[in-house]
Design a protein around this ligand. Structure first.
Ligand SMILES: Nc1ncnc2c1ncn2[C@@H]1O[C@H](COP(=O)(O)OP(=O)(O)O)[C@@H](O)[C@H]1O
Ligand SMILES: N[C@@H](CC(=O)OP(=O)(O)O)C(=O)O
Length: 540
C-alpha cells in the first residue's frame, strides 16, 4: 500500500459534519485544522453542507431532487428551483469563506467550479427526468455533488488562510477497487460488507498520496455502492467514509467533530442532567449508536475497531474540550500489534492526564478501582418501534416457526431489534424500514398463529461495560420503572451482557430514561453541572 509522506508526521483524520461546516467553517479552518497541523499530517473529511439543520441541508435537497426527477408529474421548473437553491447557497458560502480582497482569483476559480458542478447535476437530473427513472449509480453521482461542493469550499477556505489544501473526490473508488460489474459488486458486498468496505482503503490511500503535501480535503462520500450508498449505508455515511480514510492512512486517531461535546450519559437535549463521558468502549458505542444515540454512524465503529484506531468525538464550538474517546476493544488492540490507544496531543488546556489514564484503565478492563462506581454507562432511546406478538398455532416446529417469522419480516423491510420468546409466544420489537409494509407482514404472520401489533413504542437501552456480572442491576432498573409506574412490554438482556433493553409506550420513554438515569446511574436529576454541554470529562 502506498503511504503518503511516509517519513513525516503521523496522520490524524478529522471529519466535520454538515451543520458544523454550514455554520462554523471559519472556526474550523482557523483553529482545529491549523493547530493539529503543527504536530500531525491532517486529512479532513467533509459532509455536505447544511445551512441550519440536516433536514434542510444539501443532502436532503439532493434527495428531494432525485424524488422530483423520478416523479412523472414533476414540472422541470421545480427541479431547476432545487438546483438553483443548492448553487446559490454554495456561491454565498464560497464568498463568505474567501473574503480577503487579495484572494479574488481563488474565489473566482471556486465560483466557476461550483457553477460547473451544479450544471452537471442539472444535466444528470434532467436526463433522469426525461427517462422517467434513475439508476442507483446516478443517484450516488447526484448525492456526491453535496460532499464535492463542501470539500471545494473547505479547501478554498484553507488556501485563503495560507494552508495548501486540495479537494480529493472519492466518486469512483468502489469501481476502481472492484470493477464495474454490478452483479459481481453486489455479490462481494453482500458476502462480507465490512471486508468489502476495507477493500476501498488502497484507492483512498493512493488519492491522498497524489496530494503531495497539501492537506487532503476528502469527500465524506465514497462512490457508487451496490444498491446506492444511501440504501446500503444510509444517512450519516460520512462517518464511515472518515473511518475508511483513518484505516487507509493508519491514522493515530480519527476525530469526528460535531456540535456536541461527545457522548453523554443520555441525550443531552432531553435529559438536562446528562454528563459527558470521557471514554466509551467500542462495544458500548456500538450498542448506544444502534439503539438511538445517533452520535456516529454504527458502521464506523466496526472499521476503527478492526484497525485498532481510537476515535475521538469533539465539539467544533469547544475545540479545547477533551471530547469522548471511543477506543478499540482490547482484543483488536492485541491482534493489530498496537499496545494501547496512543493519546493524541490535544489542543492546549485539555485534560491529557485524565484522558490517558481513563483510556489506559478502560482499555485494560480495569473497572475495579474505587473511583469507578459500578453503574451503567449510558441510557438511550430508539423511537418508532412496533411490538409484534405472535402466538404459534403449533403447526410448525419451533425453529421453523422462528425462521418463517424472520423471513416474513425481512421481506417487508422490518428489522428485528429485540426478541423474547416462550414455548408458544414470540414477542418482537421491530423497526420499520423505508419500504416497510406492516399490514402485509401481519397478514403473512397470521398463517403461523395469532398476531397482534402495537405501534408507537420505544426501546430504552441501558448500556455499560461495568454491568457485566453486576448482580442486581436488572432489579434496580425495573424497581425504578415500577416506582414511576412505567409499564414494560418486552425485556431483553443481550448475550453481550452490556445492554439491558426494554420496550415502553413512546409517551413513557422520556420518563423511563429519567428514572433510570437518576436512580440506577445515580446522576442527580438537578445536578450542579446541569446541561453542561461544554464541560470536560466527569470521571476526574
Ligand atoms: N448519548 C448521547 N450523547 C450525545 N448526544 C446524543 C446522545 N443521544 C442522542 N444524542 C443527540 O445526538 C445529536 C448529535 O449531535 P450532532 O452530531 O451535532 O447532530 P447531527 O446529527 O445533526 O449531526 C445531538 O443533537 C444529541 O442531542
Ligand atoms: N451528507 C450526508 C452524510 C453525513 O454523514 O452527514 P453528517 O455528517 O452531516 O451527518 C447526510 O446528510 O446524511
Amino acid at each position: 500500500m502506498v503511504m503518503p509522506n511516509p517519513d513525516t508526521k503521523p496522520w490524524i483524520v478529522q471529519k466535520y459534519g454538515g451543520t458544523s461546516i454550514g455554520k462554523l467553517l471559519n472556526n474550523i479552518t482557523s483553529t482545529p485544522i491549523p493547530e493539529y497541523l503543527q504536530g500531525y499530517n491532517v486529512a479532513v473529511v467533509c459532509s455536505a453542507r447544511s445551512g441550519t439543520s440536516k433536514s434542510k441541508g444539501t443532502t436532503s435537497l439532493l434527495l428531494d431532487a432525485i424524488r422530483l426527477a423520478t416523479t412523472s408529474e414533476t414540472d422541470t421548473n421545480e427541479l431547476d428551483a432545487v438546483i438553483d437553491i443548492i448553487k446559490e447557497e454554495h456561491l454565498i458560502a464560497a464568498r463568505q469563506a474567501i473574503e480577503d480582497k487579495n484572494e479574488v482569483e481563488v474565489l473566482e476559480n471556486l465560483e466557476l467550479v461550483i457553477k460547473k458542478d451544479c450544471e452537471h447535476l442539472r444535466s444528470f437530473l434532467k436526463a433522469s427526468w426525461t427517462l422517467g427513472e434513475i439508476s442507483e449509480r446516478t443517484q450516488d453521482r447526484v448525492l456526491a455533488v453535496g460532499e464535492t461542493l463542501s470539500c471545494r469550499i473547505m479547501a478554498g477556505s484553507l488556501r485563503s488562510k495560507g494552508i495548501p489544501a486540495e479537494a480529493v473526490i472519492l466518486d469512483d473508488i468502489v469501481q476502481e477497487a472492484y470493477g464495474r460489474n454490478h452483479r459481481e459488486l453486489m455479490r462481494a458486498y453482500k458476502s462480507h460488507p465490512s471486508g468489502f468496505l476495507r477493500g476501498l482503503t488502497d484507492a483512498i490511500c493512493q488519492k491522498v498520496a497524489n496530494c503531495s503535501g497539501s492537506v487532503p480535503v476528502i469527500t465524506g462520500f465514497f462512490g457508487s455502492m451496490p444498491d446506492s450508498l444511501i440504501y446500503s449505508v444510509g444517512r450519516g455515511y460520512s462517518d464511515l467514509c472518515a473511518a475508511l480514510c483513518a484505516v487507509a492512512l493508519d491514522a493515530e486517531e480519527l476525530q469526528i467533530w460535531k456540535e456536541v461535546d461527545g457522548m453523554f450519559t443520555a441525550d443531552p437535549r432531553k435529559i438536562k442532567s446528562a454528563r459527558l463521558l470521557a471514554t466509551v468502549t467500542s462495544e458500548e458505542a456500538a450498542e448506544l449508536t444502534y439503539y438511538g444515540s445517533e452520535v456516529i454512524h454504527p458502521l464506523t465503529i466496526d472499521q476503527i475497531n478492526t484497525a485498532a484506531i481510537p476515535l475521538r468525538l469533539k465539539n467544533v464550538m469547544n475545540p479545547k474540550g477533551s471530547g469522548t474517546i471511543i477506543y478499540p476493544s482490547s482484543s483488536s488492540l492485541s491482534s493489530s500489534g498496537r499496545n494501547s490507544p496512543t493519546p493524541i496531543q490535544p489542543l492546549p488546556n485539555t485534560n491529557l492526564k485524565g484522558l490517558a489514564k481513563a483510556s489506559f484503565m478502560a482499555a485494560n478492563g480495569y473497572y475495579g478501582d474505587s473511583q469507578y462506581r459500578r453503574s451503567p454507562t449510558a441510557v438511550t432511546v430508539k423511537e418508532g418501534i412496533t411490538v409484534l406478538n405472535v402466538r404459534s398455532n403449533g403447526t410448525s416446529r419451533p425453529h421453523t416457526f422462528l425462521a418463517r417469522v424472520g423471513e416474513a419480516l425481512e421481506q417487508h423491510d422490518m428489522t428485528i431489534d429485540l426478541i423474547s420468546s416462550s414455548q408458544q409466544m414470540l414477542s418482537l420489537a421491530v423497526c420499520p424500514g423505508k419500504n416497510h409494509d406492516l399490514e402485509k407482514a401481519v397478514e403473512e404472520l397470521s398463517e403461523l398463529g395469532i398476531v397482534t401489533a402495537v405501534r408507537h413504542m420505544s426501546i430504552v437501552s441501558v448500556v455499560g461495560h461495568k454491568m457485566r456480572n453486576m448482580v442486581g442491576i436488572s432489579a434496580e432498573i425495573f424497581q425504578a420503572l415500577a416506582s414511576a409506574r412505567v409499564n414494560i412490554y418486552l425485556i431483553s438482556q443481550g448475550a453481550s451482557e452490556i445492554n439491558i433493553s426494554f420496550v415502553v409506550k413512546a409517551q413513557d420513554a422520556l420518563l423511563a430514561t429519567e428514572v433510570v438515569h437518576t436512580n440506577v446511574m445515580r446522576i442527580p436529576l438537578h445536578s450542579e453541572q446541569e446541561n453542561s454541554f461544554s464541560r470536560g470529562p466527569w470521571l476526574y
